[in-house]
Design a protein around this ligand. Structure first.
Ligand code: NAP
Length: 268
């Protein structure tokens, strides 16, 4: 078991799906976790879900809002004195009504870029001020296997996740002189609200796999069967385990990497 006792972790988008799984694994490994989310209520739900762990707190944080980021990070430093781990997990697949549009519109492109790319950069840059002065820290970005392939129905999302992989490489080089590791995890297929909306879209317009006549979880299950060599879906905790490893001291010589946790979907 990875030991993160005494570490101070901050997770964005921690109120749901993969973010909740990441928070629970970090808490189980002994970290004190600040769960943040655009929805305070869902962050608090995760806080309760992780109550077996160390010191778990919850706050509202919109990753697109620089003022809100600065406030939360400044408060955290005042209260907890340091940040050891930042997990940039918050992400979206499209703007309102995305699932009902065959082709993403300019609002989809703009909002997804703002949250998935600019949000990661904004939070990382603010936290990096603290990590530089501490001369230590770990950042883990949640990208996607969407970064590894083109997508006919969600090019805006794939492009945003490829940008997260590229940002991870650049930021790792910026932070290496300060003894800070920056890596990414690329999750495969996990049944969360994001995938529910992908299934809704693909049941209407198709995608890069023939799932004619299927919808919802059945469409997702068929995608897992066709795409994943290990023949099983991934879980939020699978992603949490990879994050915990990259956030631990035993990963001290890994930086700038984006690691697939996808049951073998991509092997290079
Ligand atoms: P999810 O359940 O929808 O979780 C995303 C969380 O981010 C939600 O709690 C959401 O809050 C929050 N959020 C949205 N906009 C935000 C903002 N501006 N500031 C702060 N928080 C915000 O989806 P998920 O599947 O767990 O996704 C988590 C991450 O994994 C995302 O980066 C996603 O792209 C990535 N990913 C997912 C999969 C998959 O198969 N599910 C695969 C690869 C990568 P609201 O619900 O209130 O909007």
């Amino acid at each position: 078991m990875i030991d993160l006792s005494g570490k101070e972790a901050i997770v964005t988008g921690g109120g749901s799906g993969i973010g909740r799984g990441i928070c629970s694994v970090l808490a189980l490994a002994g970290a004190n976790v600040l769960v943040t989310d655009i929805s305070r209520g869902s962050a608090e739900e995760t806080m309760r879900y992780c109550s077996y762990g160390g010191d778990i707190t919850a706050k509202e944080l919109d990753v697109t809002n620089e003022h809100s980021i600065d406030k939360i990070i400044s408060e955290h430093i005042k209260e907890r004195k340091k940040i050891d781990i930042l997990v940039n997990n918050a992400g979206i697949i499209g703007s309102e009504g995305w699932s009902n549009r065959e082709i993403p519109n300019s609002q989809d492109w703009a909002e997804v870029y703002e949250v998935n790319v600019r949000g990661v950069v904004k939070v990382s840059e603010r936290v990096s001020i603290e990590l530089k002065s501490q001369n230590q820290g770990k950042i883990v970005n949640i990208a996607s296997i969407a970064a590894r392939q083109g997508s006919p129905d969600s090019p805006h999302y794939s492009t945003s996740k490829a940008a997260v992989v590229s940002w991870t490489q650049s930021h790792a080089l910026q932070m290496a002189p300060y003894n800070v590791n920056v890596n990414a995890v690329c999750p495969g297929l996990i049944w969360t609200p994001i995938w529910e909306s992908i299934a809704k879209k693909r049941s209407q317009f198709g995608g890069n796999l023939d799932t004619t006549g299927l919808e919802g979880k059945k469409l997702f299950d068929q995608t897992v069967k066709s795409w994943i060599p290990l023949q099983r879906e991934q879980t939020p905790e699978d992603i949490g385990n990879a994050v915990a490893f990259l956030a631990s001291d035993i990963a001290q010589n890994i930086t700038g990497q984006s690691i697939n946790v996808d049951g073998g979907r991509f092997t290079n």
